[in-house]
Design a binder for this molecule. Structure first.
Ligand code: UGA
Length: 465
């Protein structure tokens, strides 16, 4: 399938869909990016991403200028003309913790309704195991025109903040089901791979800065070794279990950090020792406020629900969730100790609002969870985030909170600095002048990213996870 010959629709202009569509358009495919949200599509038409993702807008602009990326609002405008349709719609949590599948179901229905030719439907949204099988039945029941509509499950593993990099250099490409059609999908991934090989790695490394877990090793493995053909059920399980496992590593690190704190063991030394065993690995062993974002919390709860429905004991994941949910109280205890036990009327310089560095996303942000508690305790806050101020203003309104546009403006008269998201800008900032502007030089590093000794030399009282 050469890029010039085939047309693709990507349904859902979120982190996964918009990134995939923009990359495919740069590879040379004609790509329709479809979203029912007209204001989102309006922004995209004007070359603006609805969220901050490093490098994405330049890929979007190239795609729009070459005419290869076509933003649309309705299925009619694109499905008729497409050989492959990627489904990248959101699957949020239901109130009972199970995964809400309505968006996928209605996308599938619209695709089948509008199909006029044989087509490969690629399901990328995160769903519970067994859902693909149900979708396949739905599709064949609705397929009144008897077209060849094949379903393949192709989970996405990109991380926000390095979405472009991860799409160009995926560590694994999991193709669930689809038999013969799977080869067509592998060809698309191969085209992305050839495009990526010609792109400069140097220029792309900056997109990959998110956590200190980035090694860049994925790009070194040959393409064939990164492709895995599996059953649909296995592909669905691989996606959910990967996220739940990473969440488990984080909660484990947070539990160990709690123990270290009570014994005098040095958490950083312990994590370094633990992670040096290659069977364990050092990634995702960074203690802090806990995991947030649109995926981990939702997928851990979804896994618990799936396991329960299969009558499999999910206790290990209940513990993961419990530790994550209570990390914010450990943070408050540490802040209370720095502030001599008294929160009321204290002024906080709050750094970071997004759920992770490199992203403007505030969904399930642990920074916002802590901020909420700090305000409830009667403290006054000046907060700053390099990219998430606008999104945070949309969800956090309190007369004791001011969200400012420059890092320098948070410190005046403050009793404590609270670092809640590990942005590079915060790590590299020179806090010596800030200390002089504060009423009390206290520093709580909620992400364990700062050099505590340096801060102590500047006169700060410091605590961290
Ligand atoms: C995660 C997975 O890493 C991706 O592989 C997956 O595709 C994605 O979810 C998804 O399902 O869409 P993402 O949520 O973008 O990606 O971000 P991560 O880098 O995984 O971080 C998640 C959270 O864990 C953040 O709040 C981060 O601050 C926290 N974290 C991460 C820690 O607290 N400690 C760590 O050591 C690592």
């Amino acid at each position: 399938m050469s890029p010039g010959d085939k047309k693709i629709t990507v349904v859902g202009a979120g982190y996964v869909g918009l990134t995939l569509a923009s990359v495919l358009a740069n590879v040379g495919y004609k790509v329709y990016i479809l979203d029912h949200n007209a204001s989102k599509i309006g922004l995209i038409k004007g070359g603006k991403s609805p969220f901050y993702e490093a490098g994405l807008e330049s890929f979007m602009k190239n795609g729009l200028e070459s005419g290869k990326l076509v933003p649309v609002c309705s299925y009619k405008e694109c499905v008729l003309d497409s050989d492959v349709v990627f489904v990248c719609v959101g699957t949020p949590s239901n109130s009972d913790g199970s995964i809400c599948l309505d968006n996928v179901l209605s996308a599938m229905e619209s695709i089948v309704d509008n199909a006029r030719r044989d087509m490969i439907i690629v399901q990328k949204s995160t769903v519970p195991v067994g859902f693909g099988k149900q979708l396949k039945e739905n599709i064949s029941q609705k397929n009144e025109k008897n077209l060849k509509l094949s379903l393949i499950v192709n989970p996405e593993f990109l991380r926000e903040g390095s979405a472009i990099f991860d799409t160009l250099f995926p560590e694994r490409i999991v193709i669930g089901g689809g038999d013969l059609e799977a080869d067509e999908l592998i060809l698309i991934h191969r085209e992305i791979d050839s495009y990526a090989a010609k792109s400069s790695m140097d220029g792309l490394n900056e997109y990959a800065f998110v956590y200190r877990d980035f090694s860049g090793g994925a790009a070194q493995k040959p393409f064939e070794e990164r492709v895995m053909k599996t059953s649909m059920e296995s592909a669905e399980m691989i996606k959910m279990t990967s996220n739940a496992f990473l969440a488990m590593k984080i909660s484990y690190a947070n539990m160990i950090a709690r123990m270290c704190q009570k014994t005098g063991a040095n958490t950083k030394e312990v994590m370094r020792g633990l992670g040096s065993d290659s069977r364990i690995g050092s990634d995702f062993l960074y203690p802090g406020l806990g995991y947030g974002g649109g995926c981990f919390a939702k997928d851990v709860s979804g896994m618990i629900k799936s396991a329960d429905s299969l009558e499999v004991d999910s206790g290990i994941l209940d513990a993961v969730k419990k530790i994550n949910d209570t990390q914010v109280y450990i943070a408050l205890d540490k802040m209370r100790a720095l502030l001599d036990g008294d929160f009321h009327g204290k002024r906080v310089a709050f750094l970071g609002l997004s759920f992770k560095p490199g992203s403007s996303d505030v969904r399930e942000s642990m920074a916002l969870r802590l901020l909420d508690k700090v305000l409830l305790e009667g403290m006054f806050v000046k907060a700053y985030d390099p990219k998430a101020n606008e999104d945070a203003r949309g969800v956090m309104v309190d007369e004791k909170l001011e969200i400012v546009n420059r890092i320098e403006d948070v410190f005046g008269g403050a009793d404590i600095v609270v670092l809640a998201t590990g942005w590079k800008e915060f790590i590299e900032f020179d806090y010596s002048k800030a200390a002089k502007k504060m009423r009390k030089p206290n520093f709580f590093d909620g992400r364990g990213v700062m050099d505590a000794k340096k801060l102590v030399k500047m006169g700060f009282n410091v605590d961290f996870f």
